[in-house]
Design a protein around this ligand. Structure first.
Ligand code: UGA
Length: 426
């Protein structure tokens, strides 16, 4: 394997995972961030995001002299042969991706990139961004490559080291080959294509995943009404290899830092070429309704009115295994409940800070104290083994609404609790 000199700009969960994993593959990596404090913490081996395996890779990489952290993109570039841009592309005006971070770094690097370097856009960016970055760099000797990431928060290291596929797109095939070679050791299927196609793959994949979830949430609603059980239905569907078992679990709606942003961005991309992408639009709308549906179920559970009701919430993160609250369906449900007049007490094993509109407690059973209903919103494994007799004793009411089909029905029944869920006749 050729050892390459690599710079990674941005140390969010994508940048840091990319940098640390590339170093673990043997490359020499310098990661940059604008946040001096973050850089200092990373140098000391302190990783603020919850990613299994990442702290070890950061520590080992630095100890082996293959991984370093510096402040500012320019400082990272040095003699790098390949420069990864792993910058935030948040939802901007009208739902389109805000590219200002990517553009300002491209401008900043223009004069310092070594001759013949390859710049890789790892951030999720609209079709045409590689071309735009190339124009901003305005360097004939520098090629731009799109290499979208498919990392899930909470399993980013595993996803990086055992990818389903690697997508590399460029209008300069030799540059695409050079980037693909960095990952050769992973032995994953590698798909080479033009830049626009690679940029599209990411949106098309994330929108498809969101669509799959909105679909399954809608099927769950129907199951309740026709007397079917959605877990049996998805099990039966999932054995069809064209469908697959994964990503078929109903929930309080999909969230996080990626699917909401990317579905909105896809709508804007379609709009910009005169297309109304109705499937994606209704995927988003169905997701909003799903949150409201959870609130309606809570209202039912407390006898028809939420005003003054005390509700205990189990979980706040957008999914288990992360401490990320960005676009968390749990928070959206909490907000709707508060708006309807409910008083909330919440617990999340990884979210301990005070939040507006609710009391956050350190101990999970405490959400049940005097609660008219308890709602599970994030599928943390430890919630399965709560002391349900204690929960029942603490509660004023008796209904536990499990929005993730996560709890052991028998254990709750034995404690005298009434378990309700999604997608099953109640
Ligand atoms: C997602 C994609 O899965 C990654 O492939 C992609 O790289 C990433 O976005 C990104 O664009 O960077 P992530 O946002 O980390 O990853 O989270 P997922 O595991 O995909 O979950 C998304 C949402 O769907 C969560 O709210 C989760 O609770 C929900 N979900 C997921 C369900 O409700 N049911 C399921 O069966 C699966």
């Amino acid at each position: 394997m050729f050892v390459r000199r690599i710079a990674v700009v941005g140390t969010g969960y994508v940048g840091l995972t990319t940098g640390a994993c590339l170093a673990s593959l043997g490359h020499r990596v310098v990661c940059a961030d604008v946040d001096a404090l973050k850089v200092a913490r990373l140098r000391a081996g302190q990783v603020d995001i919850l990613e299994p395996g990442l702290t070890d890779l950061v520590t080992e990489g630095q100890a082996a002299g293959r991984l370093a952290f510096v402040e500012g993109a320019r400082a990272a570039v040095g003699d790098a042969e390949v420069v990864f841009l792993c910058l935030p592309t948040p939802m901007g005006a009208g739902g389109a991706a805000d590219l200002s971070a990517v553009e300002s770094v491209a401008r900043d690097l223009r004069e310092v990139l070594p001759y013949g370097a390859v710049v890789v856009c790892k951030s999720t960016v609209p079709v045409g961004t590689s071309v735009r970055v190339a124009a901003l760099l305005d360097r004939d000797d520098v090629a731009v490559v799109s290499n979208p990431e498919f990392l899930r928060e909470g399993s980013a290291v595993r996803d990086f080291l055992r990818p389903d596929r690697i997508v590399v797109g460029s209008d300069s095939p030799p540059a695409a080959e050079r980037v693909a070679a960095l990952f050769a050791k992973l032995g994953a299927p590698t798909v080479l294509m033009d830049a626009a196609s690679a940029e599209m793959v990411k949106y098309a994949a994330n929108c498809f995943l969101a669509m799959k979830l909105s679909y399954v949430n809608a099927v769950a609603e129907l199951c309740e009404l026709v007397g079917a059980d959605v877990s049996s239905v998805t099990d039966g569907m999932g054995y069809d290899r064209r469908i697959g078992q994964s990503f078929l679990r109903p929930g309080p709606g999909w969230g996080g830092s990626c699917l909401p942003k990317d579905t909105h961005a896809m709508l804007r991309i379609a709009e910009s070429v005169g297309v109304d992408f109705a499937l994606v639009r209704s995927t988003i709308e169905a997701n909003q309704r799903q949150r409201q549906r959870v609130v309606d179920k809570v209202r039912d559970a407390v006898g028809g009115t939420l005003a003054g009701a005390r509700i205990g919430l189990l979980g706040l993160a957008f999914k288990a295994g992360t401490n990320d609250l960005r676009d968390s369906p749990a928070l959206a449900v909490a907000e709707l409940l508060t708006f309807a007049g409910a008083r909330l007490v919440a617990h999340d094993p990884e979210v301990r800070r005070p939040l507006v509109g609710m009391t956050v407690v350190d101990e999970p059973h405490e959400v049940a104290r005097d609660a008219d209903a308890v709602v599970l919103l994030t599928e943390w494994p430890q919630f399965r083994t709560l002391d349900w007799t204690r929960v029942a004793d603490l509660m004023a009411g008796s209904v536990v609404l499990d929005t993730r089909d996560h709890l052991d029905a028998d254990a709750l029944r034995r404690a005298g609790l009434v378990l309700r869920g999604l997608g099953r006749p109640q």
